[in-house]
Design a protein around this ligand. Structure first.
Ligand SMILES: Cc1cc2nc3c(=O)[nH]c(=O)nc-3n(C[C@H](O)[C@H](O)[C@H](O)COP(=O)(O)OP(=O)(O)OC[C@H]3O[C@@H](n4cnc5c(N)ncnc54)[C@H](O)[C@@H]3O)c2cc1C
Ligand code: FES
Length: 302
């Protein structure tokens, strides 16, 4: 028995050493040179340095793919179609992909390393995502762990968002900048502002960074992202159900809705634990008085 265990440990040790050796060799010894990165069968492919991930190469060329985990392969947000040159599908990618996506060459951009010319397809919505520089316009405490933070955008063109979409805020961390997703809570007609409703997560890098921001501080974010947004069909009744930071996209959807379509029927069900967790109640009561088709229900569990 001891002999078998020893053999297993030696084998595992050798495999680990070999794997580390290969990673080091690839990092320092292999030079893939300049590779072509073709997007949507474009006439002029980008020229990028081989050896980096597809996500990094796209980011360096101001093409921003959602990446809530910052490229660690744990969020599954960075899906794009790689028609050629992406190498074999990695085991880390499989749990995030449906069978249909695998058949359609969908990959996680953060896991695909560029080793040769590569051909990808990116939806036009994602090609319109921009990087924004902004400054903190206002900070408001909503509850003991929830803050509303308003970012004033420097670019005079502002942001064109669909109510329900989100941005990715950049925060500093010991390992370099990280990105986290936050739903936009300001309505679509406020094009010069992005407002967020952020819950403080204990020891959370980005939520702590946002909670410590002061008026006038500079911030960077990319967006807008996301396929969850307001259905503009005038005959569709809207039902919003959520709690805590889930308020952010619902607030955006509701205010955007009544700005454009004041006769639409909408229900808001907002769940809280205690009265301490309640916020925006007065604002929504005012809205419900103005728009009789807006129905407001706050529910407390404790
Ligand atoms: C599409 C999308 C929209 C989002 N919109 C919002 C929003 O409007 N407002 C908002 O506040 N958040 C929102 N989030 C969550 C947000 O992106 C971050 O995940 C969250 O703020 C934690 O990030 P962090 O850097 O502070 O924590 P991290 O440093 O990433 O995590 C620190 C620790 O906290 C744990 N943790 C992470 N998230 C949670 C959580 N939610 N509850 C408990 N523990 C957690 C982690 O496992 C880790 O152990 C959204 C997420 C997505 C994917
Ligand atoms: S960025 Fe999260 S899985 Fe790729």
């Amino acid at each position: 028995m001891a002999l078998y265990l020893n053999a297993a440990f030696v084998f595992a040790g050798l495999t680990a050493v070999l794997a580390i050796g290969l990673i080091v060799a690839e990092r320092f010894l292999v030079n893939y040179g300049i590779c072509k990165l073709d997007i949507n069968a474009g006439e002029e492919p980008l020229e990028v340095e081989g050896g980096q991930t597809l996500l990094s190469a796209l980011y360096a060329n101001e093409i921003f793919i959602p990446s809530a985990c910052g490229g660690k392969g744990s969020c599954g947000f960075c899906k794009i179609t790689v028609t050629s040159g992406g190498g074999p599908l990695l085991p880390i990618e499989k749990p995030f992909l449906t069978r249909n996506e695998i058949r359609s060459d969908v990959r996680l951009a953060c896991q695909v390393k560029i080793r040769e010319d590569i051909f990808v397809r990116i939806p036009s919505d994602l090609l319109n995502v921009k990087l924004f520089d902004a400054s903190v316009e206002a900070v408001r405490e909503l509850t003991y762990d929830m803050k509303e933070v308003r970012f004033k955008i420097s670019d005079p063109e502002g942001i064109l968002q669909r109510p329900g979409q989100y941005v990715q805020v950049q925060a500093p961390s010991p390992e370099g900048p990280i990105f986290r997703a936050y739903s936009i809570s300001s309505p679509a007609y406020e094009t010069d502002v992005v407002e967020l409703v952020v819950r403080q997560i204990p020891d959370g890098i980005c939520s702590t960074y946002i909670h410590n921001l002061q008026e006038g501080d500079a911030v960077t974010f990319t967006g807008p992202y996301g396929e969850f947004y307001l259905n503009e069909d005038p005959d569709t009744e809207i039902v919003c159900v959520g709690g805590g930071a889930g308020m952010a996209p619902m607030k955006n959807i509701i205010y955007s809705l009544y700005d454009k379509q004041p006769d639409r029927v909408c229900w808001l069900f907002f769940g809280c634990r205690t009265t301490q967790d309640i916020f925006y109640l007065e604002e929504f009561k005012e809205l419900a008085e103005k728009y009789p088709n807006f129905n407001l229900i706050y529910a407390l569990s404790d």
